[in-house]
Design a protein around this ligand. Structure first.
Ligand SMILES: *Cc1c(COP(=O)(O)O)cnc(C)c1O
Length: 369
């Protein structure tokens, strides 16, 4: 059996470090925010090449607060992509603003910068690209557009801890960047977690207030805030795990190399690492017009797979009110129909990857192209 992900084997490798860190928080009594969370904010911001980090209780909360801090609210528009996890779009709704979609690029699967300017209106406040699967969007082009039109650029970096664009880390190129520490993400808590990083001290101050009821001093609420605080235990766990993240990312990149080497020309489109970008392979997604057949074929051979994501957000029942129709974002729609995520995690062995590649190859041999 080749599992799709294996969170438990990673935990077993760091079990004692984690237990010590958790015991430290329980002994300290700092159960919400506290010194471990503060230290993690500093360490993760530095890791991402940003000056400030504000830890929150999920990636979705990070997106919500970044948008609010950008001044996004009712009547505004935010440009994003429909081929993403629903949270990207939901966070725009939380502010009362309207999501406006542009399609993704067929090679990188990230926001097609060439389509952004046509989507800008007088109501546009921000651009929210997604570093999908762990590869960064075309930040040079998006930064230029944001600057020209005076828009705030917010990175959805929930899948891209440690990814790079011409040597700059995810988190260092937008006005703000939002990370998720959901357990399955490249850096995962043992519970929920998220962070906004930014180089802007004023934004960081506002984010800190908004996550904790809009107050800097207890009971002096200057903003209408939220309870989006990170738990102390998660901060301590994430500090331990951050120390291993580079090695884990290299494990993922090595596995991607094995897939590249052993899959051969098996009739599926493998992910492309665009020149100048460091892909961190949160998801290893291949594209095939015969997804259902390949998925069943792999499952029958003990290879677990996933789909990220089967329905683009503009076609989800929940977002019907946006009024988009089938056919409006052809690349997103094709990818949603064709994407199959193969097993990918830092500890995956070369033998596991070989098993997957042989199973994919056997399917290609069995089905006319
Ligand atoms: C996981 C994810 C989120 C949301 O993060 P949570 O921590 O689950 O709230 C947002 N955007 C993308 C692209 C994600 O993958």
């Amino acid at each position: 059996m080749v599992p799709f992900v294996d969170l438990k084997s990673q935990y077993m490798g760091i079990r004692q470090e984690i237990l010590d860190a958790v015991a430290g928080v329980l002994d300290s009594g700092q159960y919400v925010l506290g010194s471990e969370v503060a230290a993690f904010e500093k360490e993760f911001a530095a890791f991402s090449g940003a000056a400030h980090g504000v830890a929150v209780n999920s990636g979705t909360s990070a997106l919500h607060l970044a948008l609010l801090t950008a001044g996004v609210g009712r009547g505004d528009e935010v440009i994003t992509i429909p081929f993403t996890f629903v949270a990207t779009v939901a966070s725009i709704y939380y502010t009362g603003a309207t999501p406006v979609f542009v399609d993704v690029d067929p090679v990188s699967y990230t926001m097609d910068a060439a389509q952004v300017e046509a989507a800008i209106t007088p109501r546009t406040k921000a651009i929210l690209p997604v570093h999908l699967y762990g590869q960064m969007a075309d930040m040079d082009a998006l930064r230029a557009i944001a600057k020209k039109h005076n828009l705030v650029l917010i990175e959805d970096a929930a899948q891209a801890h440690g990814a790079e664009y011409n040597g700059a880390r995810a988190g260092s190129l937008g006005d703000m960047a939002c990370f998720s520490f959901y357990p399955g993400k490249n850096l995962g808590a043992y519970g929920e977690g998220g962070m906004v990083v930014t180089n802007n001290a004023e934004s960081a101050r506002m984010l800190r207030m908004l996550r904790d009821w809009g107050a800097e001093k207890k009971y002096e609420h200057v903003l209408k805030g939220y309870n989006y605080r990170m738990e102390g235990v998660q901060g301590a766990i994430l500090r331990v795990k951050l120390r291993h993240l580079e090695a884990w990312t290299e494990g993922r990149r090595q596995a991607a190399g094995w897939y590249e080497e052993m899959m051969g020309d098996a009739g599926v489109a493998r992910p492309v690492e665009v020149s100048g970008r460091r892909h961190v392979y949160h998801v290893y997604g291949v594209m095939t017009p015969q997804r259902a057949g390949l998925m069943k074929h792999l499952n029958d051979r003990g290879v677990q797979t996933g789909i990220h994501y089967p329905i683009p957000v503009h076609l989800l029942p929940a977002y019907e009110d946006l009024g988009y129709k089938q056919g409006q974002f052809p690349v997103s729609e094709r990818l949603a129909n064709q994407e199959l995520s193969l097993p990918m995690y830092p500890e995956i062995t070369r033998e596991h990857v070989r098993t997957v590649c042989e199973a994919v190859g056997a399917f290609a041999g069995a089905v006319p192209a």
